[in-house]
Ligand binder design. Structure first.
Ligand code: TYM
Length: 339
């Protein structure tokens, strides 16, 4: 097994990232290490320049996000942890795959449509070709599995389409250049929603900090955010179907289930007939208790920039080595002469 996944270093690591992806990264890191496989996790800093950004903040966020991933349990001894910028093969492979990716495929990406809105003409070219870089990120390492939240599923399908077409066009059937990666999406927390609006996903780019729980929030902030979370006046139902049409209630119950490592049905079994006056404090306490150790490690790790720099440099050196054979095979398959 070869596990590969990434996160943009824009803003804080939030509960959606953690429950949708990072917790699975940590779990899979342990699983693959035991089975002799390899896991690679990276900061997608090259993706972060597809939207307007402040350079000094991107640099700071790259270190902060590195500290946050280490605090969550990514172990640089067992996983390869790095930032894309230090592995130029990501950008090189993106260009090589740009000959295979189709405009029509990229035009259908919902993230492109959402982020561009009505102003497509005014967007950066990078925002449009972003999924090709994402395909390069995983195909470079022959990833077999990619742990992500639901919102990245379509990008992963595109990576498979690009790999398939490239193999068909430029490789023989018995010696494909690329492995087709499988997404790994968690059952209970694939899409954590905003605390202010049950129809919008929890996101780093939401202007309201009250919409998300950051892994760096202290106990009081977490309790306050949960108490202020939007809900409805009904009590919790006994069955999952009773949450239909109640997106905010469904989101909070889903968060509880994911955090406690149980199912929505089990949470409803415990809280059925109770209102949010009882449920919210229980959820707040569960979050505080679960996130406190991560928070404490983060505060310690973020102070030592030199150590974080060393982790990224070491990870990048290993990633460059792991990616080199696929990059060479891609150049060769396309008939590009490298000397
Ligand atoms: P990003 O930085 O937006 O998010 C990182 C991971 O967190 C997941 N996630 C969520 N899961 C559940 N609920 C939410 N509200 C939520 N918000 C975010 C995302 O699904 C993701 O797994 N394009 C990617 C980064 C990337 C990447 C890659 C991922 C670049 N190259 C290659 C996988 C493989 C992104 O912007 O994720």
């Amino acid at each position: 097994m070869r596990i590969v996944s990434g996160i943009q270093p824009t803003g804080n690591l939030h509960l959606g990232n953690y429950l949708g992806a990072i917790r699975n990264w940590v779990k899979m890191q342990d699983d693959v290490a035991a089975g002799g496989g390899q896991s690679l996790y990276f900061l997608a800093d090259l993706h972060a320049i597809s939207m307007p950004h402040v350079p000094a903040e991107l640099a700071d966020n790259t270190f902060e996000m590195t500290a946050a991933l280490l605090a969550c349990g990514i172990d640089p001894q067992r996983s390869v942890l790095f930032n894309q910028t230090q592995v130029p093969a990501h950008a090189e492979l993106q260009w090589l795959l740009s000959g295979t990716a189709r405009m029509g495929w990229l035009n259908r990406m919902t993230q492109w449509k959402d982020k561009a809105g009505k102003n497509r003409e005014g967007q950066s070219v990078a925002l449009f070709t972003y999924p090709v870089l994402q395909a390069a990120d995983v195909l470079l390492y022959q990833a077999t599995h990619v742990p992500v939240g639901e919102d990245q599923k379509q990008h992963l399908e595109l990576a498979r389409d690009i790999a398939q077409k490239f193999n068909n066009d430029f490789a023989s059937e018995d010696a494909p250049v690329f492995t087709l990666p499988e997404p790994i999406i968690p059952p209970e927390a694939a899409r954590i929603m905003s605390l202010r609006d049950g129809s919008a996903k929890m996101s780093k780019s939401d202007p309201s900090d009250m919409s998300r729980i950051n892994l760096t929030d202290d106990a009081d902030t977490i309790m306050a955010k949960v108490k202020k979370a939007k809900t409805d006046p009904e009590v919790l139902p006994s069955e999952k179907a009773g949450l239909d049409g109640r997106p905010e209630a469904a989101n909070l119950v889903g968060i509880y289930a994911a955090m406690a490592g149980t199912s929505v049905a089990a949470v409803l079994g415990e809280f059925q007939g109770k209102g949010f006056g009882a449920f919210k404090p229980a959820l707040g306490e569960l979050l505080v208790e679960s996130l406190a150790p991560i928070n404490a490690r983060f505060i310690q790790l973020r102070q030592d920039r030199a150590a974080l720099k060393a982790v990224l440099a070491d990870g990048a050196a290993r990633a460059r080595e792991l990616g080199a054979p696929t990059l060479a095979a891609t150049y060769a398959a396309l008939g590009l002469v490298r000397g």
